[in-house]
Design a protein around this ligand. Structure first.
Ligand code: 4AD
Ligand code: MG
Length: 464
């Protein structure tokens, strides 16, 4: 087999019959009779398998016995037109090499469909299933499309730090980073932990958002975006929360809230369009297996103008809806997923961009409105997901920002570097954060966020 280079299954399926080829991959199934074996081979390059036809008389019993679900093999043979339905070409095997066997008595992924819960318990092997192959290829395609989108628009990809001493969202949901000896913590005279002896000489954590550093970039480079992992120690065991998730955060100088909304809407639509155009086979599979309305829903989002309304208008609709919510609504409350989904799925039946939230339920950096009560925040709310994007125009006035920092008891000192953007050459600017896995929930139609990231991190779970 050495003299022939391997062709990926995705490419094999598009080749003309009548040539010598070499395929390598994992056996999905083997069936057949006394004279011929049919092997479905997959190498992860596509949801589709290539069919291998092996005449039993040409191969030893011993070899054929090792070709079981999960085994890894190489097959050399002729690509021929397939007589069976479902595929145009197949490989008539001439030579088969076993790279790695998979004992049928212990290989956990047998032919039958497994529950998502079971697959989560074997997350190290689930990429070999059709479903996770499809999800992970779509995840890759979306990551690529995100970089392409911003690159085409002239945004600079800014790498913001993962270890930080500031809490961007001010919600106190941070994982501490320390090298102090937990069994023997150094103490100050007042009996507090002495972080001056810690690795960084101060208390540090994993970042919840790259925004604050992103703003520094925008105030120099004009338009930037970050795309990296973020961490939240919130104890939310929901199908939409991870403790480690990826976030895309564009930040733009000279953008006001309207520009920010326009970008967010165009951005999501472009990504969904990219998926529809470039992930057809995988989307079709997920549509057929999990969610019969998936492709229709994706197409409709691309064509729909998102509804824009203020928080105050939204609350009014919810109050007048006559709906019994688990969490009661009134002006000032933070919207729960059930409220967001009512607006998006029942009332408007369209994605919604909600703006102008009460200042007390939003972060310190949002631009303050004239009314003294609300801030220029915006959340994009999606069907089946709820909040997919959170963002705002930023407060560009140093005095107002300092007043707000004091009001909520944050420290001006530790944010001195951030306040310098307002002290020197301040400008109106805006940005938002798109939760990558929330986007993937929407695009793949999966119903649990644990199933759109290879190795999920959730409360009490850090396997692999
Ligand atoms: O609304 P959030 O908290 O906003 C920020 O962090 C801002 N600093 C972003 C910015 O303006 N640059 O988070 C943004 C998005 C949410 O809309 C949601 O999609 C996602 O991040 N997200 C989560 N995704 C998965 N698991 C979690 N625990 C998440 N928390 C937020
Ligand atoms: Mg938010």
């Amino acid at each position: 087999m050495k003299d022939l280079t391997r062709t990926k299954v995705k490419d094999l399926l598009r080749l003309e019959a009548g040539q010598e080829v070499l395929a390598k991959g994992w056996v999905r199934t083997k069936r057949g009779n006394k004279s011929v074996a049919f092997i479905a081979l997959n190498d992860g390059s596509t949801i589709n398998n290539i069919q291998i036809v092996a005449d039993v008389e040409n191969f030893s019993d011993e070899l054929l016995k090792k070709i079981t679900t999960g085994a890894c093999i190489g097959v050399r043979g002729e690509l021929v037109q397939s007589l069976g339905s479902g595929q145009a070409v197949e490989i008539q095997a001439r030579e088969i090499e076993i790279f790695g066997e998979a004992d049928p008595n212990s290989y956990p992924l047998q032919k039958k469909g497994h529950s998502m819960e079971y697959l989560r318990s074997i997350a190290h092997l689930r990429p070999r299933t059709n479903t996770f192959g499809a999800v992970l290829r779509i995840r890759h395609a979306m990551a690529f499309a995100i970089h392409k989108y911003f690159n085409d628009k002239g945004f600079v990809y800014l790498h913001t730090p993962l270890i930080t001493a500031s809490d961007c969202e001010g919600a106190g949901e941070m994982f501490q980073v320390t090298t102090l000896d937990m069994d023997n913590l150094p103490r100050t005279e007042e009996g507090r932990i002495d972080y001056s002896q810690d690795f960084f000489g101060k208390q540090t954590s994993l970042t919840v958002s790259g925004q604050l550093e992103g703003e520094l970039g925008a105030m120099a480079l004009g338009e930037i975006y970050t795309f990296g992992p973020t961490f939240r120690a919130e104890n939310s065991n929901t199908p939409r929360h991870l403790a480690e998730f990826w976030m895309i955060e564009p930040e733009m100088a000279f953008y006001e809230i309207e520009d920010n909304m326009n970008l967010a809407e165009d951005f999501i639509k472009s990504l969904v369009r990219y998926a529809l155009e470039n992930c057809k086979d995988d989307l079709r599979f997920l549509n057929d297996m999990f969610d019969k309305e998936l492709i229709e829903r994706l197409e409709s989002v691309v064509d729909t103008k998102f509804v824009r309304l203020t928080y105050t208008e939204g609350i009014k609709i919810l109050e007048e809806s006559g709906e019994k919510f688990e969490f009661p609504v009134s002006w000032g409350v933070d919207l729960q997923s059930e409220h967001e989904r009512y607006l998006v799925e029942k009332h408007f039946r369209k994605p919604v961009i909600m703006t102008d939230y009460p200042k007390d339920i939003k972060a310190f950096y949002m631009k303050q409105n004239e009314d003294g009560k609300t801030v220029r925040g915006m959340d994009v709310l999606f069907p089946k997901i709820g909040e997919i994007i959170g963002g705002s125009e930023r407060e560009s006035s140093l005095a107002k920002l300092e007043a707000r920092i004091d009001e909520i008891g944050m420290s001006r000192d530790t944010l001195g570097w951030y306040l310098d953007t307002r002290r020197f050459g301040s400008a109106p600017h805006s940005g938002f954060g798109l939760g990558f896995e929330r986007l993937l929930l929407f695009v793949t139609g999966m119903s649990n966020i644990r199933d759109v990231i290879p190795f999920p991190r959730t409360p009490k779970n850090a396997e692999y």
